[in-house]
Design a protein around this ligand. Sequence first.
Ligand code: C2E
Ligand code: MG
Ligand code: MG
Ligand code: MG
Length: 276
Amino acid sequence: QAKAAGRNTQRFFDPAMQAALLARASLEADLRQGLAGNELFVHYQPVVDARGRVQGAEALARWRHPVRGFISPAEFIPLAEQTGLILPLGRHILQVACAQLVRWARDPQAAHLSLAVNVSARQFRQPGFVAEVLQTLQASGANPRRLKIELTESMLLGDLECTIERMGQLKRHGVGFALDDFGTGYSSLSYLKRLPLDQVKIDQSFVRDVLTDPNDAAIVRTILALAQSLDLAVVAEGVETTGQLGFLRLHGCEQFQGYLFGRPGSAEDMDVLLHA
Ligand code: C2E
Ligand code: MG
Ligand code: MG
Ligand code: MG
């Protein structure tokens, strides 16, 4: 106890640490303001099938800071999770995503698209989450069958029964579920079997060196075989080269996302892609 207190005291007077804390506090204030001031918006990245046809997209949060310019979600999402701002932020992204689904539903070239939304553990665990999703779907008129929720393995650290129950409630309305960044977290195979998932997404860190690193190749093949035996669809993330695509297809992967097919872009960029 005394040792911990000593460490904290020392930390408090460490100038580098103090500067980092101040920067974080100021970014938090900026994020709060940015949310109110419409600085946050959504980009869409296409998800394609083995023939390159666009099957859907992933909604990715973007923040244009008035002074610092674009800030990566890898920076502001963890901050939003720590501060609770992920709740209003997540609600905003979900509303934008549902509105986009409604626009796509009116376009014959886009009516088949599904849209995946990332939901962090804190957001998913908040008591009103299921009601909020259903309400947002209903208010927008979006088809629940076109909405996919991406969860990460960090979800499995909490109350698993509660997670399964919530997923089930949304699934009964047609909402789909994907396990994001699969292989990087805590999943055990028994958990994977118990969750009512539709899909797993192979993390881009395994795809990157799949042609040169035998360990990554083995992991990717194993995930594909496992998903097949559990009857789960697979999306490979971070596909940048035709070589990676070839390997993934050879081993049974049927959906792909990555710069090879399209970078995250605006809704207008998606329209251009769909009407090409
Ligand atoms: P993610 O959900 O795994 O999203 C995929 C990330 O891979 C995106 O990064 C995307 O831009 C990037 N990516 C896609 N294709 C390629 C490729 O071919 N090569 C490379 N190198 N990267 C590729 P992004 O947009 O920076 O997002 C980072 C993470 O932030 C996301 O990872 C997700 O975990 C989180 N995130 C983004 N938006 C939201 C959101 O609305 N809510 C929550 N909770 N998390 C979000
Ligand atoms: Mg994702
Ligand atoms: Mg991912
Ligand atoms: Mg990721």
